[in-house]
Structure formats: C-alpha cells, structure tokens
Design a protein around this ligand. Structure first.
Ligand code: SF4
Length: 291
C-alpha cells in the first residue's frame, strides 16, 4: 500500500497575541512521530511519503498536487491537541479531493479516543505507538477488513466508534530509526544555535517520576539501549549531515548508567555533534555533566 503522511502548518497558540515571538523563534522541528510511523510502514513492506507542508511552506492546494503525484491509498496525520482544529481543516480539504481513508495518531487519542474520531472525515485512530497497530491496519485495509483484530485501533462500524485493546508489550529498542530520508533535513533548525543540519530524537518513552503537574508522570519508562541511541546519532551524522540534535525524552538522564554509556560511546566515536536534552535537576550531578 502507499501511505502519505502530511504535517500541516499550525500555530502554537491561537489566541495569545503576545506569544507571536514564541511562534517566530521556536525553531523548525521535524515531525518525528510521522517519521517513525513511515519507518514502521516501510519495514512492513509498504511505500511511505511524508509531506512536511509546515516546513516547506506548502498551501493545501500545493500539498494536494504532490499527493496526486504520489497517489496514496491512505492518508496519515498527527493530531496533537494544539493542532487539532487546523489539522482537521486540512483533512477535510484533502479527503474531499482524494477520497481515501484517513488515519490519525497523537496524544489526543489516548485521552479521548472516541471523541477524536467523531469528525466524519476521520476513519481510523492509532491509540498507542504505531509499531503493532499500523502494519496490522494496513494489512486489514488491503485484505480482510477485520479491524477488530488490529491492536490499539479506534475505528467506526455502523454508528459506533470502537476501541480495540493493545495487549502487546512495546519494546522501544525494536523500533526502526525514524524515516528521515523522507524529510527535508536541511531545512530544520533549533533556536538559538541554528546549527545545520538539525534533528530531534526520542531515546526513551515515558517517565516514572511523579511530578504532580505533569501528564507524563508515572508512565512506563521504555528506553532504547545506548548502542541503538548512538547508532541512530551516527546515522543522522553520516547520512543526513546532522550536527545538532535536540533529545525530546521526558527525562533523558533517568538511568545514570545508560546516560554515561551514551556519552562515552559518543566520545569514542568522536562525532562533532551538539546535543541537548531535558532533565530533572536531581538526576544529574557534576560528574555526569562533565562527562
Ligand atoms: S520528571 Fe519531567 S517528565 Fe517526569 S513527571 Fe516530572 S516533569 Fe514530568
């Protein structure tokens, strides 16, 4: 099957004029979730395309032109809460012209799986990670259409919206590297350095800490191994000319030994990389920071 993922333009804040400066200088980040979904689809034998309309500055009409050339069998979108309304407008426009099914992913679906699928233009939702769900969904669209057998899926049957269970355990280390070969890597940039090329990575899922204000607290911590992490960095460096990486993990230095092993392997390979991560103040110390 041919699946096209579209990353549409959006504003971080719709109603707060004084935050335009944040919008302007926030940086231009690759749509990592879509790149992962594309890699998972490719690994399962499908053909994937990502149109980063936000970064390329494409209008809906220009995006439609590109999609008509690719001829997708299905369209994929990420519908994080702050993007939901704008993404829905794009889905409505593209679906009206292409008349193919639409699948969405994003955090919305974990909290509001049924509500997220209530717009008639949206056919399927991936509730958890795409690793098991997307290949099974594409296979059922091609063949049996037994969507009840697809794990972690939201779908519509008659007038009902159905959510299937996801009994499989996600092993993050098994994930393929994101399909950065489908992205315009030379266009991304981080504020304030703007060192090129720039990319983002996620090296662990979840966070076991318990900060009361945080939605990620006490979620299952699922790290990739130090070697997998550094191999992905090396791939970014060699294949995509990446020289700066922002690591988007909730709590990158959660496991001290893993963090030290990543730092030491990076030093051993002598990669000229600038990288940043997010951390609690009490999971780093002087020795770790100096490493
Ligand atoms: S350490 Fe960070 S990600 Fe984890 S619960 Fe606290 S604020 Fe959230």
């Amino acid at each position: 099957m041919k699946i096209a993922f579209v990353f549409n333009p959006f504003k971080y804040k719709l109603h707060e004029e004084n935050l335009r400066i944040v919008q302007k200088y926030f940086g231009l980040f690759p749509p990592l979730s879509l790149a992962w979904a594309a890699a998972i689809a490719e690994k399962a034998g499908h053909t994937a395309e990502i149109i980063d309309a936000r970064t390329l500055g494409l209008s809906m009409e220009e995006t439609l032109e590109r999609l008509r050339e690719f001829k997708p069998d299905i369209l994929g979108f990420m519908m994080t809460t702050y993007m939901f309304r704008e993404t829905l407008e794009w889905i409505r426009f593209l679906k009206k012209h292409l008349k193919v099914p639409v699948v969405i992913g994003g955090y919305n679906l974990r909290v509001y799986p049924r509500e997220s699928l209530s717009p008639p233009e949206i056919d399927f939702g991936v509730v958890e990670q795409a690793y098991f769900t997307l290949p099974a969904l594409l296979s059922e669209i091609e063949g049996g259409r037994k969507f009840a057998d697809v794990p972690g899926l939201v779908y519509k049957e008659d007038d009902r919206i159905i959510v299937t269970p996801h009994p499989q355990t996600i092993v993050f280390d098994d994930f393929p590297n994101p399909a950065r070969h489908l992205l315009p890597n030379h266009l991304y940039a981080e504020f304030p350095t703007e060192r090129k090329n720039f990319t983002v990575m996620v090296t662990s899922l979840g966070c076991p800490m318990n900060c009361t204000f945080c939605e990620a607290g006490q979620t299952i911590y699922n790290p990739r191994s130090p070697l997998t992490v550094v191999n992905e960095m090396q791939e970014c460096y060699d294949r995509y000319g990446v020289r700066e990486i922002d690591i988007f993990d909730y709590e990158f230095p959660m496991v001290r030994d893993r963090t030290l092993a990543i730092c030491r392997e990076l030093q051993r390979r002598n990669l000229d990389l600038t990288w940043a991560c997010r951390s609690r103040i009490d999971t780093v110390d002087t020795e770790l920071l100096e490493e």
